[in-house]
Design a protein around this ligand. Structure first.
Ligand code: SF4
Ligand code: SF4
Ligand code: SF4
Length: 201
């Protein structure tokens, strides 16, 4: 890394992530913007959704709410930006949520900068400008290199991709989960989460 302070910050995030803070890592005393080896500066997300899978019943309310709220009432689970999976071994349900990666592969893969950091709403979530998106799905493929299933999804009817934008600061899935499985982790200093800390879950 080009700057020592960034290297320390990066390693602190790795350490916290490695000590079992779940599939999404930790909040640190971080710089708001990290510089990565490729020289790109990406402002850290200030919020991320965490899921406690141990209490999830698999009711899929989160998926229904997300699809309805974010896709003009189209109640289609494939349009939900939170994805419910049932583990093959053990049969536990696991809501899969975008990690709002510190160094987001999806954002860097987008050829038309439709994937952006949401500074306007102040969440700094990695969001897709659906008017700018050309539907190439490179973001889907880039995410899939690190996380399965890929968190961005393709809206075939409207020919663009969609992803979690934290509901622009008011996450509906968190609000309506009947068991309190989901919560929002916030930090004004930014969150060292997702890639490159976590590469698979
Ligand atoms: S790479 Fe995937 S998990 Fe990371 S910010 Fe992009 S969509 Fe979310
Ligand atoms: S599908 Fe849209 S957001 Fe994703 S990489 Fe292509 S243009 Fe960018
Ligand atoms: S925060 Fe909003 S966009 Fe993200 S998964 Fe929840 S309901 Fe969907």
């Amino acid at each position: 890394m080009p700057q020592e302070v960034n290297r320390r910050t990066f390693l602190k995030g790795v350490t916290l992530g490695a000590f079992g803070l779940g599939s999404v890592a930790a909040v640190g005393n971080l710089l708001e913007i990290l510089t990565f080896p490729n020289g790109q500066k990406v402002a850290l997300a200030k919020g991320v959704i965490l899921a406690d899978k141990s209490i999830c019943s698999g009711c899929r309310v989160c998926e229904i709410v997300c699809a309805n709220f974010n896709s003009s009432g189209r109640n289609t689970p494939s349009l939900s930006r939170i994805i419910m999976e049932k583990e093959i071994i053990g049969g536990d349900y696991q809501p899969k949520v975008c990690h709002q990666c510190a160094d987001p592969p999806c954002l860097k893969a987008c050829p038309v900068t439709a994937l952006q950091v949401d500074k306007q709403q102040g969440t700094y979530a990695r969001i897709i400008d659906e008017r700018a998106c050309i539907g190439c799905q490179r973001c889907v493929e880039a995410c899939k290199q690190h996380f399965r299933p890929a968190r961005p999804r393709y809206d075939a009817e409207r020919r663009h991709s969609v992803k979690c934008h934290l509901c622009f600061g008011d996450p509906q899935c968190v609000k309506y989960c009947p068991l309190g499985v989901l919560r929002v982790e916030k930090s004004d200093k930014g969150l060292m989460v997702g890639y490159p800390i976590i590469q698979e879950d």
